[in-house]
Design a protein around this ligand. Structure first.
Ligand code: SAM
Length: 225
């Protein structure tokens, strides 16, 4: 995700939407996208929940060049208006309820200037790979790493499990993370609740058409003028 092949098209897509305005990244993390977007000349502000992640970003760039507010992207308000708010790398799913996800859309709309855009990058829930009666879908089976998702279809929750080889012996480290998955249509409704209109949906940062087989989408909603 940090390779030039991924970041080049990501940053180009976002820079074009930001135009001459400012960009706000929700859940900026260590600045994987925000730092190169700033280097391209777009003023960027970040919101990030984890003080630790924000501290790692701060080692790359100073506060004046790229300000970051530590807080929840669903509720934290930073000064000024933006032509672009963006939330990438599936991170909307870190908000574990529909209410929180709606609040996130509202918070994006609150920061947008009229005509500004909210962009989300999100995987399509891989439920077509889940046979009836089963709860797990593997996404990586290799010597070094075993990864699979388990699904609670009633709660609309996915847990990603990782078993990563720990070095010389046969031990594996176990990690997991919990996510609320959502379909594109549900996000469109959240956008509508927040007063935003769908402008564009593509399958990747190069702008490939979104189809029924797309594994993810980049969606752009616009705040009406
Ligand atoms: C997958 S990383 C993505 C980081 C960065 N946007 C990127 O693309 O590399 C997810 C980040 O979201 C942050 N995060 C999770 N929930 C959040 C919330 N409610 N508000 C703000 N940040 C959040 C985490 O701390 C983590 O830094």
């Amino acid at each position: 995700m940090s390779s030039a092949a991924v970041l080049g098209p990501t940053v180009a897509f976002l820079a074009e939407l930001a135009g001459d305005g400012r960009a706000l990244e929700f859940a900026i993390g260590t600045g994987r996208v925000g730092v190169p977007l700033r280097e391209r000349g777009v003023p960027v502000v970040g919101i990030e929940l984890s003080e630790h992640m924000a501290a790692v970003l701060r080692r790359k760039v100073d506060e004046e060049t790229l300000p970051v507010a530590v807080g929840d992207m669903a509720t934290t308000v930073v000064p000024g208006q933006f032509t672009l708010v963006y939330l990438v790398y599936n991170t909307i799913t870190n908000l574990l309820t529909q209410d929180e996800q709606v609040e996130c859309f509202r918070n994006a709309a609150r920061h947008l200037a009229p005509g500004g855009r909210f962009v989300i990058e999100l995987g399509v829930p891989p439920l077509r790979f889940l046979p009836p009666g089963q709860v797990a879908v593997p996404f990586d089976v290799s010597e070094q790493h075993l990864g699979f998702d388990t699904f609670d279809l009633v709660e609309q929750v996915l847990v990603s499990h990782h078993f990563t080889h720990d070095g010389e012996d046969s031990r594996y480290r176990r990690d997991s993370s919990r996510h609320r998955y959502a379909w594109p249509a549900e996000l469109d409704l959240m956008a509508r609740i927040a007063g935003l209109e769908l402008e564009r949906r593509v399958a990747d940062w190069d702008g490939a058409p979104f189809t029924q087989d797309s594994a993810k989408h980049i969606s752009v909603w616009r705040k009406p003028v």
